[in-house]
Design a protein around this ligand. Structure first.
Ligand code: ATP
Ligand code: MG
Length: 571
């Protein structure tokens, strides 16, 4: 493509609201423009990247017999009422009525639509498993759209859905998807981790997110510095505490006065104990009512792990007023001894003795508290947040590192949630009717492209990984009106195109500095800089955008080597 013909509205300055580098650079490089909050036009330079990401996704989906379909983005309310999500989904779901007053929504995801088609068309175990996918525009009325197309309201997603006769078949497809996803993100040139994610009430390790490690990420990822264990922090397991070596001398329960001392820090200082000798009682609200979680004073509770331990649908911080009203205990002095709520304790609390807790009345704490003697826990489990430096739960030698990550993909076994509510049944070998077991698998196309920029840029601009670059090579004639330069540039352009290499030729008459700056901003992996002096002696400059290293090569012989140089950049 010739630069002069292409629509590349580059900008000197970033938009004022752009917080992250990918947003800034995508706008500056003329890839995207905002139309309304979280709604973007994708311009030609941007679309070239998204199409490359899509193509990689297509190839990897096809490889595992996942078949491309195209589902409607406008979905009737009835299907969502059947699945029960019409009421549940809340304000993220964009709802509207047609001219007859019938209710619809713009699909934020497509479980209902796909389950509807499969239940109508697939009746027998002989047609299963079945994997279908699409690449579609989604709309989610996000509370805080930001970061450009990384968290838009309208965005492109590849979503796949699988249907199975049983769990074993679903798990098999899940493993294949995991491999396909690893291939996709590897091929896009991304550094990522496959992390254990929350699978809600389904349990087991059948929900993984693919997280691109980047400081701008919204998620926190805990991963081992030695083995391949990685988890979303909300699910990250703590290693079980080692049992005490000696039997400790058990103190008696004693109430002590702690006037005005509420926080762990205040109580620890006042009683001259370490924070880990205190046990915090955190009261949470859930669909099972108020529950109390116990963790050591130097730890934080992990609400998701607590939710999964108690088997709740949802959990959130309890309103302090509700706590005082229901328990009659002032905040800051709640403790497990004599508490009327169900108590769930972290394993470290079980491994502790002689600890300090609130005494369930104003200005008082207990010392010498023992679990099982002074109070009973409904259940003991792993409910604390892990932190950097904690020992890895999987291997003997590693410790946790915590970094930020961008979730670019998510794979999930749904079980029979939708097939039961929407009656997607099949007849098994014995003619018996069963609900299908389902899985769903998503990749954010735009978010993947943005994440690639987060990982690959410098102060001058984007540094595209070769497989998703808009063009592989950018030819920059320093003075296109000079005959020899023009001739060499045009011929390089033609020869590379004949070799099926995508080339952008900067045929503009702008100053050299402008062109070189634009080339660095746009970020094509290889630049061929053709100037009058060099070409006179049969040379051109080949610059690798990533390293900035520029070398003189014989022209036109160097064109033979371009495929090899590009290949080297991929590995
Ligand atoms: P998040 O927690 O970031 O909101 P999600 O859990 O809602 O993501 P899924 O429903 O699993 O995401 O969607 C699958 C994929 O779609 C995500 O992994 C992500 O890449 C992409 N995605 C989700 N929401 C957005 C958005 N608002 N803008 C761009 N991409 C998105
Ligand atoms: Mg979301």
């Amino acid at each position: 493509m010739q630069y002069s013909k292409m629509f590349i509205p580059t900008l000197k300055d970033s938009p004022a609201d752009a917080e992250v580098v990918s947003h800034k650079l995508m706008v500056r490089a003329g890839m995207i423009r905002q139309v309304a909050s979280g709604i973007y036009t994708i311009l030609p330079m941007g679309l070239r990247v998204l199409r490359k990401v899509e193509q990689i996704i297509r190839e990897e989906m096809d490889r595992i017999d996942s078949q491309e379909t195209f589902l409607p983005s406008v979905q009737p309310a009835e299907l969502w009422q059947e699945s029960g999500r019409w009421d549940f989904y809340g304000k993220e779901l964009l709802r509207f009525k047609d001219r007859h007053g019938r209710e619809f929504c713009y699909g934020p995801t497509h479980e209902e639509i796909i389950t509807d088609i499969v239940r109508k068309e697939v009746k027998s175990y002989k047609k299963l498993p079945l994997i279908l996918y699409q690449i579609q525009t989604k709309f989610r009325d996000e509370v805080r759209p930001r970061y450009g197309i990384m968290r838009g309201r309208e965005f492109m997603m590849k979503d796949a859905y699988s249907f199975h006769t049983d769990d074993a078949s679903a798990k098999e497809t899940y493993q294949k998807m995991a491999v396909a996803y690893e291939n996709i993100f590897n091929r896009c040139g991304l550094g990522f981790k496959m992390v254990v994610a929350d699978s809600g009430t389904i349990g087991g390790n059948f929900s993984h997110e693919f997280a691109v490690l980047a400081d701008s990420g919204e998620d926190h990822i805990g991963f081992c510095d030695s083995c391949d264990y990685a988890s979303n922090l909300e699910r990250a397991e703590a290693r079980a505490p080692s049992p005490a070596q000696d039997t400790p001398k058990l103190d008696n329960l004693k109430e002590v006065s702690t006037p005005g001392k509420k926080s762990v820090q205040e109580v620890a200082e006042f009683l001259s104990v370490l924070p880990q000798q205190i046990v915090k009682t955190i009261v949470m609200d859930s669909d099972q009512g108020l529950v109390a979680g116990l963790v050591r004073g130097d730890r934080e509770i992990n609400p998701i792990k607590l939710k999964n331990l108690i088997g709740a649908e949802w959990i959130r911080s309890a309103d302090p007023k509700a706590i005082s009203e229901e328990t009659g205990i002032p905040l800051g002095f709640v403790g497990p001894v004599g508490l009327k709520l169900k108590v769930f304790a972290d394993r470290e609390v079980e491994a502790s003795n002689n600890f300090v807790t609130g005494a369930n009345k104003t200005d008082a704490h207990f010392t010498g508290v023992q679990i099982n003697r002074d109070f009973k826990a409904e259940q003991i489990g792993d409910i604390r947040m892990v932190i950097e430096g904690d020992p890895c739960p999987k291997c003997a030698s590693g410790t946790y590192q915590v970094k930020r990550g961008i979730e670019v993909g998510h794979i999930f076994i749904l079980g029979t949630k939708y097939s039961k509510s929407m009656k997607a049944h099949f007849l098994d070998l014995n003619g018996k009717e069963n609900p299908m077991v389902m899985g769903c698998y998503g990749v954010g196309v735009g978010r993947t492209a943005a994440a690639a920029i987060e990982q690959n840029h410098d102060e001058k601009g984007i540094i595209w990984p070769v497989p998703i670059a808009p063009f592989a090579v950018h030819i920059i004639p320093t003075n296109y009106s000079q005959d020899a330069v023009k001739k060499a540039s045009d011929s390089a352009y033609k020869i590379l195109q004949e070799r099926n290499i995508e080339v952008l030729l900067d045929d503009r008459t702008d100053r050299m500095g402008v062109k070189l700056n634009d080339a660095d901003l746009l970020g094509m992996p290889l630049q061929i800089i053709i100037g009058p002096k060099n070409i006179e002696s049969g040379k051109v400059e080949v610059k690798v955008r990533k390293t900035g290293v520029s070398e003189l090569h014989d022209f036109p012989q160097v064109l033979e080597n371009i495929p090899a140089i590009l290949k080297d950049l991929v590995s």
